[in-house]
Design a protein around this ligand. Structure first.
Ligand code: G3I
Length: 531
């Protein structure tokens, strides 16, 4: 077992330091606020008579950087804000919005966008937005200003889609190189999601010869390098990919992914040595007639040994529980051929081959809503610990619904693992907005409106808050989202969703708009910042 859970942490913190230092230099050299010529644009995103969702875009149109911003506005009618995101809003008409911790630094051409939901009795109003940064306002403190937009997105919104909201697209354009492998420093470190957490912030990726491999899509690489500190292979480190025949291991695709990650100062969470699921078990293994346990030990040892030093942690065994069996064990090929002991053996083999990697048991539906499954998890974990098996933690996949399970159930599940002195890692987080199991007709949402975005943001935020509240710092294995762009999510193909569209991740794209951070991203960032 390892005592230092993030082998690339030193390398990563050097990278962070470089980025932070560079940001400071830019701020010092940047224009002062009174020199700034920026625009402030108020847009109504949605208006349903009794309420509205609106957003304000603050764009730095100067040649220098700014370090913070603040804007004000006042409604002449009864519009009032009830909920907001991506800025700190104070007051009660007039309102003052100050940058959030991560979107205060604006490089030339960069835009920050924040949003809010309000109540109204009639059509939503478009007030004038004022502030030092609005249209070259003087330094007289916010009374100058100007360019409130109409509710239409007008000309500025077409430019907006290229310069885009907040940090993502500006980095993918003006600062993309600097935020990735070159390690130079145009982006503020607070614009890097991973920099908000002293534990891995991960994302699952397609790689190798998979469709839409991140290695063949530059925009994906840019976002990953900018925001994530750990990668999980969505597929290519599973059994059938790495061990296609008894005497053949194929590491080429995984090595390519690992090398890219290392070059960019990003860690790897290995997924997974043993998983029962369909074609992920190679056919030769399904018909193996020799000593099955010895073969499985060799499988784990060879793979763990190959990646030792490159991998932070492993899902050693994935989805071994069936809560409908009195034994709690899934009646998988492994259970049938080697008995329940295959789990302990896998941990021991992995630990012997790579004592520095954190070793996790990983499963779905253990987040608390299914108490039988959670009980099975605890029973199995207790047995492993009683037998001195080198398990470091439990991976909660967290393929949750937007309304199930409750965050208090999640807290209970996390706490049970914390109570056992084990790490908690959220390994496969996604939050679809449509729930096929809900009592309301499915799909509940056929388009991704700003109201849906706000709901999803709140859900992501409360999940991360639950994690931070319950799991002490030394037991935080990290948080990984299961995919980068909405359009690439496995959920879109999942049979129980009947091909219904959804938007479960932190970034839009590729089919549903530009590759931008969504409100859900802001929810995660806000939770990490304790806002
Ligand atoms: O690469 C082939 C492609 O050549 C072919 O045209 C296409 C046709 O179906 O299939 C492609 O392979 C697909 C593969 O993903 C590559 O993207 C497989 O059919 C498909 O079954 C596979 O699904 C993956 C699934 O695990 C099964 O391995 C999902 O992407 C992946 O997100 C999902 O991940 C699992 C975790 O490992 C464990 N927890 C649950 C999670 C979601 O199911």
């Amino acid at each position: 077992m390892k005592t230092f859970n993030f082998p690339l942490a030193l390398q990563r913190s050097r990278l962070l330091f470089r980025r932070a230092s560079g940001t400071l230099a830019l701020i010092i050299l940047g224009t002062s606020a009174s020199d700034a010529l920026a625009s402030c644009e108020y847009n109504i995103n949605s208006d349903w008579g009794s309420g509205f969702v609106a957003s304000v875009r603050v764009t730095n149109d100067t040649a220098g950087s700014v370090n913070s911003w603040q804007v004000q506005w006042q409604y002449s009618g009864d519009n009032r804000i009830v909920h907001h995101w991506s800025s700190d809003i104070s007051g009660n008409n007039p309102y003052t919005a100050s940058n959030a911790a991560w979107n205060g630094s604006l490089q030339p051409g960069q835009t920050a966008e924040f949003g809010f939901q309000g109540t109204a009795s009639g059509p939503a109003e478009v007030p004038q937005v004022t502030g030092l940064l609005c249209d070259g306002g003087s330094s007289s403190g916010g009374s100058t200003s100007s360019s409130s937009s109409s509710s239409s997105s007008s000309s500025s919104s077409s430019s907006s889609s290229s310069s885009s909201s907040s940090s993502s697209s500006s980095s993918s354009s003006s600062s993309s190189g600097s935020s990735s492998s070159s390690g130079s420093s145009s982006g503020a470190s607070a614009e890097n999601l991973y920099s908000l957490a002293p534990f891995p912030i991960g994302v699952a990726v397609s790689a190798g010869y998979e469709n839409r491999s991140f290695l063949s899509i530059a925009e994906k690489q840019t976002s990953i390098a900018q925001h994530f500190s750990q990668l999980t292979a969505g597929n290519i480190m599973k059994m059938s990919y790495l061990h296609p025949s008894e005497n053949t291991y194929d590491f080429a695709n995984a090595d390519q992914m690992v090398n890219w990650a290392e070059t960019n100062g990003i860690g790897i969470h290995g997924h997974t040595f043993i998983w029962h699921s369909d074609y992920q078990v190679p056919s030769w293994m399904q018909s193996y007639s020799g000593d099955f346990q010895a073969m499985l030990d060799d499988h784990v040892t060879t793979i763990a040994d190959h990646f030792a030093g490159s991998v932070d942690s492993w899902d050693v065994v994935n989805e071994a529980i069936d809560e409908n069996q009195s034994s709690c064990y899934r009646n998988s090929l492994f259970y049938q051929r080697a008995g329940a002991g295959y789990i302990a053996n896998a941990f021991r083999a992995a630990d012997a081959a790579d004592p520095n990697a954190d070793l996790y048991y990983n499963d779905y539906d253990t987040e608390g809503g299914n108490s039988n499954k959670l009980n099975c998890l605890l029973q199995i974990v207790d047995g492993l610990q009683a037998d001195g098996v080198p398990i470091d933690g439990v991976g909660f996949q967290m393929h949750v619904q937007i309304d199930w399970p409750s965050t208090s159930q999640m807290r209970t599940a996390f706490q049970a693992i914390v109570d056992r002195g084990l790490k908690v890692k959220i390994t496969e987080l996604d939050v679809p907005v449509n729930n096929p199991y809900a009592s309301t007709p499915f799909p509940q949402y056929t388009s991704y409106t700003t109201e849906v975005a706000a709901l999803q943001k709140a859900r992501y935020k409360s999940i991360v808050e639950a994690y931070l509240d319950v799991v002490p710092t030394n037991l935080r294995g990290g948080i990984t989202v299961w995919g980068l762009w909405d359009g690439d999510s496995w959920l879109l193909d999942f049979s129980n969703r009947q091909g219904v569209d959804d938007w479960p991740l932190l970034f839009s794209g590729p089919a549903n708009g530009p590759y931008e951070e969504k409100a859900a991203f802001d929810g995660v960032a806000e939770a990490l910042l304790g806002q």
